[in-house]
Design a protein around this ligand. Sequence first.
Ligand code: ATP
Length: 513
Amino acid sequence: MSAKNLVDRIYEIATRRGFFIPTAEIYGGLAGAFDYGPIGTLMKRKIEEIWREIFVLDEDNVWEIDGNVILPERVLMASGHVENFVEPVAQCKKCNAVYRVDKLVEELLNIPGEGKTPKELEKIIKENNIRCPACGGELSDVRVFNVMFPLLIGPTGRLKGYLRPETAQNIFINFNRVWLAVRARLPFAIAQIGKSFRNEISPRQFLYRLREFTQMEIEQFGTPEIFAKHPRFHEVVDLEINFVPAKGENAGRTIKIKLGEAVEKGIFPNEYFAYYIGKTYLFYKRLGIPDEDIRFREIPDYERPFYSKMNVDVEIRLSIGWKEVEGTAYRADYDLSRHSRFSGVKLAIQHNGKMVIPEVIEASFGIERTMLAILEKCFRPENYDRPWAWFAFPPYLAPISVAVYPLLEKEKAMVEKAKELYRKLRKKKVNVVFDAKGSIGKRYARADEIGIPFCITIDHETLEDDTVTIRDRDSKEQVRVPIKELEDILNKLISGSVSFEDIKKRYPLVGKK
Ligand code: ATP
């Protein structure tokens, strides 16, 4: 399937079945903006929970905050966003279309555009006679456009602010309050899941480039001595990742490297950085992204902020190419030092008897790009193995885990029994739906389409002996199990602690495929 067909197909199902709804759709929509629908909301929560399990709950010393999205201008002056969070743009003199010039140059000439100055880009445009791709008109000079959304706060309109372009700034400006509140000592980390906003010049590719999106960010605080050794490094030392170095003999090529070796050879600056790379790799593996579709790309110097000691992006192979979904950065003490200077409040912590401004390692994930990757990787088109399209989400990630069906809608006793089971599962916090309409085959197809891994059917036998069938989405096979054991079986199947293959060995198979 071509990239366009695949994205179109996923878009169609995702909007029809309640993953996403184009924002203000009934008014014609808004570019780069989607609301989460009922299914998407559940899935987003699952992704957040898995992230929290790996980055927060699995660690001893990580604290979460939930910061304000409106920030006063001073914060973003200090962070450097007011001055530097800009993209080079040019406008067509004929049709007025606006282009992000670095991307235009990359697409048309296949040369790197990021990191070039407006003057350099203008020169490239002139030399290569680049014109408006839409109408062939002449392009204007290149100017820079700040992609933050400005705000006027309060009735006088005199207090300037912005919607935050990343969640990280709340973490830095609250640093003193947080460590004092939780009595933290170095090393510790602050994490945050929340909305960020960027006035992207050309939002596109469905969930890839949005103007409002959700980030999951973690800022690890420490010192160079602390970062050198991670107490749990042995857990990731042998993980082998696909790595694209920015320098050396393999620059630009994908190589396989173990995290231990990457630290030993000085490719990664320290064990903490490598540990975060390892956890990030495990996170994407847990989301079901295959090894060969995950790579870690070292950001070359010309794309990297001057203060950062190393940046590595996770890229996932999507139908639209290798695309960034996450970035890990060793930001040194830039953020806390800048905010200390601009605010006049020293953001520092007691360490070994003196006050120090800690260094930071940051891992920054986008949920919607991650979601797009999951949707693509799990998508099974029509006639892959059944006449309808479906999603092969791992059970623990599926937005709806279970569907409960009475075999026949007109059989009151079956409907009641099914409703009773449905309510019981809901009370146990299982994401479950009830569906009585249409043939059982149609209901299975509807369930497959949103990736429900297990369907329970209440039939004639249920009324006689209190057993139900569980239909497995992937194999399309069914087993019959006693209702009293169902909850336990479902819990194990959903968490992934047992597979349907295991269940098949213990209970009789029924029906046909
Ligand atoms: P790009 O170069 O693609 O604009 P970026 O390098 O500016 O992205 P970061 O500032 O590193 O992105 O943000 C961290 C993460 O936030 C990204 O890896 C991505 O998952 C997410 N993200 C950033 N911008 C967007 C956006 N416009 N739409 C959706 N997700 C985004």
